[in-house]
Design a protein around this ligand. Structure first.
Ligand code: PMV
Length: 313
């Protein structure tokens, strides 16, 4: 039996604008993970089992669009083996589904890791290779993903990311002082693909205005990286609030996300913004040791269905 995992993620700065080539910052959330368990079985086929969504499928019956099946097929190709057989692959995840925390990318990366260990194809574990393979599956979930989700779950480090051709810019950076974030879950599922395509529709209708909004997000992400390196939480919080305003202009915030970000700032957070695609999913608030409890309570009172803490260090 082989067990492998991959983390969830939050986008600290630059979501949506990152799809248009502006810089963004993302970090893994190590305590929320997706797990893949690979076991040999007596039956010849490969069973893809996801108890949390009551799904059990044979690989040979799975449609091409099934992300679990696609992961196995891509693995076979990448590992240069003829086929896989006699396997049960069970997926479990602590990461909220459609919550803007990269659950799809984490499940895929965990499956690739598990299969790579099981078949002793260790080159597939190399972060750049793992990220590249995970990206292929992300395209089913997201349509035109920037690549930030698969990158951060594969590298498992805070990253400054710029989508670029032929190669994305991927820069891990140091964190001057640990920064604590609370993640507030709205409980409303966010369909990244739909939100991303709606932003594209708006950009196409008014490129001049949207390019300026995206430029603003990119400048904020670049400045934020310096502040994280310096450990300047106070100014970083202000940049989060500014990024949230730009996301509201893109119309990707929502009533629920606005009330959670407002509740967090009123309760003493240094800054707050939605994280991920928006229109649901999650938001993040930067807190201090003194404000953490009050912000946590305020988020629950304002309707968060769950609140997680994560430290960037
Ligand atoms: O909702 P999530 O966690 O999948 O984040 C999507 C981030 C976007 O910038 C909106 C899309 C992308 O592909 O980068």
């Amino acid at each position: 039996m082989t067990i492998a995992t991959a983390p969830g993620k939050i986008i600290l700065f630059g979501e949506h604008a990152v799809v248009y080539g502006r810089p963004a910052i993302a970090a893994p959330v190590s305590q929320l993970r997706a797990t893949a368990v690979i076991e040999n079985s007596k039956t010849r086929d490969v069973q893809l089992i996801a108890p949390q969504i009551q799904r059990r499928r044979s690989l040979h019956n799975a449609p091409d669009s099934d992300p679990f099946a696609m992961t196995v097929r891509l693995f076979v190709e990448a590992a240069q083996i003829p086929f896989v057989t006699n396997l049960n692959i069970t997926i479990q995840s602590d990461i909220p589904i459609a919550g803007g925390m990269g659950s799809g990318a984490a499940i895929t990366a965990a499956m690739f890791r598990g299969l790579a260990h099981h078949y002793n194809k260790l080159d597939i574990l190399e972060p750049a290779r793992l990220s590249e393979l995970t990206y292929e599956v992300e395209k089913i979930h997201h349509g035109t993903p920037s690549g930030i989700d698969n990158t951060v779950v594969s590298y498992e480090q805070p990253l400054f990311f710029v989508k670029a051709s032929p190669q994305n810019q991927i820069e891990p950076f140091t964190v001057g002082k640990p920064l604590k974030f609370l993640i507030g879950i709205t409980g409303i599922r966010s369909q990244t693909k739909l939100v991303v395509s709606d932003v594209r529709r708006q950009w196409e209708a008014d490129k001049k205005r949207f390019d300026l909004i995206f430029d603003g997000c990119g400048q904020i992400a670049t400045a934020a990286r310096q502040l994280i390196q310096l450990g300047d939480a106070l100014q970083l919080g202000q940049l989060m609030n500014q990024n949230q305003e730009l996301l509201e202009e893109m119309t990707v915030s929502s009533k629920e996300l606005n009330s959670l970000t407002q509740a967090a700032t009123q309760a003493g957070a240094l800054g707050a913004k939605l994280s991920g695609a928006g229109r649901g999913g999650n938001m993040i608030a930067l807190v201090t040791d003194e404000s953490e409890t009050a912000v946590h309570q305020a988020l629950l009172q304002a309707g968060a269905t769950a609140v997680y803490a994560t430290t960037l260090s």
